[in-house]
Each structure stands twice: as structure tokens, then as C-alpha cells.
Design a protein around this ligand. Structure first.
Ligand code: F3S
Length: 387
């Protein structure tokens, strides 16, 4: 590859991987089972990113492994109906077309593991989006560093990644114990907990004790997403819940305690508004269980302001078949695929205060989208939209 025998693009991208490997002291390259590439929304990469991708596609670059995309800037099918600007759309379509030419699966989601890209325990992968990295490392036990857009694309086109960081056993040990001593009743409570812990531990690896034994995968994805956003946590362990936890020795680690008081303070901090113009759920992208639950809550209701739930195209199609989309739309909501509230231009669509149940969205919306935030559980958000 370095000799240019597989073309100019492979040579350039492999050189990037070698450089990364040198910086981090990797001894070798390892094959990756799948890739997830960030830097997809036109809002994030603009004209330079779009032209760079089109250039690679025109030069014949092709991925060597299963490769998915992070959310795009809009719903790729129903963007007109949802009011996304024409000019923005035409650029976003060009970006997706460049990825398609390179053989990338143009399913744009931060939950690829719910949409047909599911790694196995211990598999080496190269994923970019921080919540997907956290979920795959922590809940599935796959192995990935948090790749930048270019290094993930390089891994996809070369089929390998340098062996360092979280690919190696010795770097997956916990640095800090988090003792949770409070009830976690809603998915938003997991988001608040994650937001608080991420702020405390930054990029360390926490080991949780005291999470509810019946925490489900939606709650674990909410926890990991918030920790990755407020800190830079790419891997966590949770006693009795995550697959590597039982292998870890936590004796001698200093514990952090989190109780009711810390959770209440986090809600207070994340709430900068009170009545939302719009509620956007599905950060990270909603599972079918979350869409079904929203449909049940909205059945027969008429909302005064819109509610969106963001998800992958695969989940949206399943939700359509089950009739959930119809129920949500009748109440005044939308199931929006391929995008999310942070990477879509909601501030240009007239929204100023957004309601969310996600600690990650609560962390990013003020800065990325100039939004006031109402951070609450789904029932309370619906109540405020109906008031
Ligand atoms: Fe996914 Fe967007 Fe949230 S990428 S994790 S829905 S900010």
C-alpha cells in the first residue's frame, strides 16, 4: 500500500495510519471487522469536506470492510417535508453520493449496532462517533479507539488500523470506581448520571457499582453517550452489566460517590429553558423499543408543538410497518431518519428552545445549535408540549 501499488488514495491514507501508529507506539496494523465514519453532515464538513470526498470517490477509492456513516444533516428521503433548506440538501446529497461510490453503506446513524453493523465481543473495529464507540467498547466488548473522520475513512479504505489504545487489554482497565447511590427511574436519569460522571472523570475509564441490575441497552447507551460528551469516556465497565467488568480488579481505586443531590444538580444545570418550541428525542438514535414507547404515550394526543424522534432508516422502516410512525404523526410528531438535532440546522429552522431527554444533547445543543434546553424525562416533555 505504501508503495502506491493500490493507487494514490490508498497510499495517502495508509501513510496517515502509519503516522498515527508511530505517534501512539503501535507495533503493527490489525484488520478491522467494521468501520463507522464521522464527518458526514454538510453542516460539519462544509464545501472542503464534500470536495475532498468527491475527489477520493472520483479516483476510485473503495472500502475494504463493512462501513457505515454517522448521522447526516437531514432526513435523506423526507427532507423537503420536514423543511430542510434546498441549498443545504443539495450539498448533503452530493456527500452521500461520494460515500456510496466508495462502497460505504449510506445508512447514517450513531447506533450502527441496531441497524445491521453489530460487532462481536473482542472484535477490532474502527468507529468514530463517541456514543457508538462507548457502546461498542463497553456494552458489546468490541475494541475501538475513538477515530476521527479521516482515520476512520483510512481504516475503511485500507482495511486495517494501528494496534494501540483500547485495542490492547492492558489499556482497558478501570481508573476510577463510581458508586451510584440513587434511583434511576427514567432514561434521562442515566443521561444526567453520565453527564455528571463525564465531567468528573474526563477521559478515564470508570467502573460503576450500583447501577440497576435490570438497566436495559437504551439506558446504557444514554449513559455512555452523555459521559463521552461531557468528558471523553470511550469505555466504561458496570458491575453485573457489561461483559468485561468481572475481569477487572478494582481494589485500591479511589471511589467517586453519586447520589440524589448530584443528579438533581445536573438537571438544574442542563435546564436553561422551560417551554420547548420542539422536543427532539433519539440521542443516540432511538431503538425500536424507544419508538414503540413514544407511540404508546402519544396515542390519541394532539400536541401543540412538534416532537421529533431521530433514528436510523432501518428502525424507521420497522416502526412504519408496526404502525408506530402513523400514531406519532397523528399526534403531531415525526420520526426523522438519518440525522439528529445536533448535526441538522435546527437553529436555521426557527427553533430556539429544544426539549430533550438526553444528557449528550443537553451538553451540545446550546453551543452547536444556539438552543435553550429543557432537559426532562419523556413524560414531562410531552406534558409541557401539551400544556
Ligand atoms: Fe447521535 Fe446526534 Fe446524539 S450523532 S449521539 S443523535 S448528538
Amino acid at each position: 500500500m505504501l508503495a502506491g501499488e493500490q493507487g494514490e488514495v490508498v497510499e495517502r491514507l495508509f501513510r496517515l495510519l502509519v503516522r498515527l501508529g508511530d505517534i501512539y507506539g503501535a507495533g503493527k496494523m490489525i484488520p478491522v471487522g467494521s468501520v463507522q465514519v464521522a464527518g458526514v453532515s454538510y453542516k460539519s464538513i462544509g464545501d472542503p469536506g464534500m470536495e475532498f470526498l468527491e475527489d477520493f470517490a472520483a479516483k476510485g477509492a473503495r472500502v475494504k470492510t463493512l462501513t457505515y456513516l454517522n448521522p447526516a444533516g437531514m432526513d435523506m428521503e423526507d427532507w423537503k417535508e420536514y423543511g430542510f433548506p434546498e441549498d443545504f440538501a443539495s450539498h448533503q446529497i452530493r456527500i452521500m453520493e461520494a460515500f456510496r461510490k466508495m462502497g460505504v453503506v449510506v445508512t447514517a446513524t450513531c447506533t450502527p449496532y441496531l441497524a445491521g453493523n453489530l460487532p462481536r465481543f473482542g472484535e477490532h473495529i474502527a468507529w468514530s462517533e463517541s456514543s457508538a464507540v462507548s457502546f461498542s467498547n463497553s456494552v458489546i466488548g468490541a475494541r475501538t479507539n475513538r477515530e476521527g473522520g479521516p482515520s476512520a475513512l483510512a481504516a475503511a479504505i485500507c482495511g486495517v488500523t494501528p494496534n494501540y489504545g483500547l485495542h490492547q487489554d492492558e489499556n482497558r482497565k478501570p481508573d476510577v470506581v463510581v458508586k451510584v447511590d440513587t434511583d434511576l427511574n427514567f432514561n434521562s436519569d442515566f443521561g444526567a448520571l453520565g453527564y455528571h460522571v463525564g465531567k468528573q472523570v474526563k477521559n478515564k475509564i470508570p467502573y460503576f457499582i450500583g447501577l440497576p441490575k435490570d438497566s436495559n441497552t437504551d439506558q446504557l447507551k444514554a449513559l455512555g453517550a452523555a459521559m463521552a460528551a461531557s468528558g471523553a469516556v470511550a469505555l466504561y465497565h458496570a458491575e453485573g452489566l457489561t461483559p468485561e467488568a468481572y475481569l477487572m480488579d478494582v481494589s485500591g481505586l479511589e471511589p467517586i460517590e453519586v447520589g440524589k443531590k448530584e443528579l438533581a444538580a445536573t438537571y438544574e444545570k442542563l435546564n436553561t429553558g422551560s417551554i420547548p418550541d420542539i422536543v427532539i428525542l433519539g440521542c443516540p438514535h432511538a431503538s425500536l423499543r424507544e419508538i414503540a414507547s413514544l407511540a404508546e404515550k402519544l396515542d390519541g394526543k394532539a400536541l401543540k408543538s412538534p416532537i421529533w424522534i431521530c433514528t436510523s432508516r432501518v428502525m424507521k422502516v420497522a416502526a412504519q410497518k408496526m404502525g408506530f410512525v402513523e400514531i406519532i404523526e397523528k399526534a403531531g410528531g415525526k420520526v426523522v431518519a438519518d440525522t439528529c438535532m445536533v448535526v441538522s440546522p435546527i437553529e436555521e429552522m426557527g427553533y430556539k428552545t429544544t426539549g430533550v431527554n438526553s444528557g449528550k444533547a443537553g451538553n451540545y445543543l446550546p453551543g452547536f445549535c444556539q438552543q435553550n434546553v429543557v432537559f426532562q424525562d419523556v413524560d414531562e416533555l410531552i406534558r409541557r408540549l401539551s400544556a
